[in-house]
Unconditional design. Structure first.
Length: 100
């Protein structure tokens, strides 16, 4: 099942499944239509959310201002807006990273 990516007026929205408090930070692949992201940060005071955004920025090769958590602040299921990328561009980038 591919990772769910939906168009947004400012770019594209990526479905993310968070795994806070992991042994190491990494993008683990697709899980139930979402990109599974593990971070070592605990789910307290937004630390895991910040770590997820930082990891996704590095993984996708985008600037800090281009990635924003728009839904799921207190949930494992999150929606991350990637600005300046169409849904097609983001889907190709994610597929290339996961399969490459």
């Amino acid at each position: 099942m591919p990772v769910t990516i939906t168009p947004h007026p400012d770019g594209a929205v990526l479905a993310v499944r968070a795994q806070p408090g992991a042994r190491k930070s990494a993008v683990l692949g697709e899980h139930g239509g979402a990109l599974k992201v593990a971070v070592t940060a605990p789910p307290e005071d937004g630390r895991a959310n910040a770590a997820i955004l930082e990891l996704l920025r590095d993984w996708l090769g985008v600037r800090r201002s281009e990635v924003e958590l728009i839904a799921g602040h207190a949930s494992r299921a999150k929606q991350v807006l990637v600005r300046g990328r169409s849904a097609t561009e983001l889907a190709a980038a994610v597929a290339g990273k996961l399969n490459g």
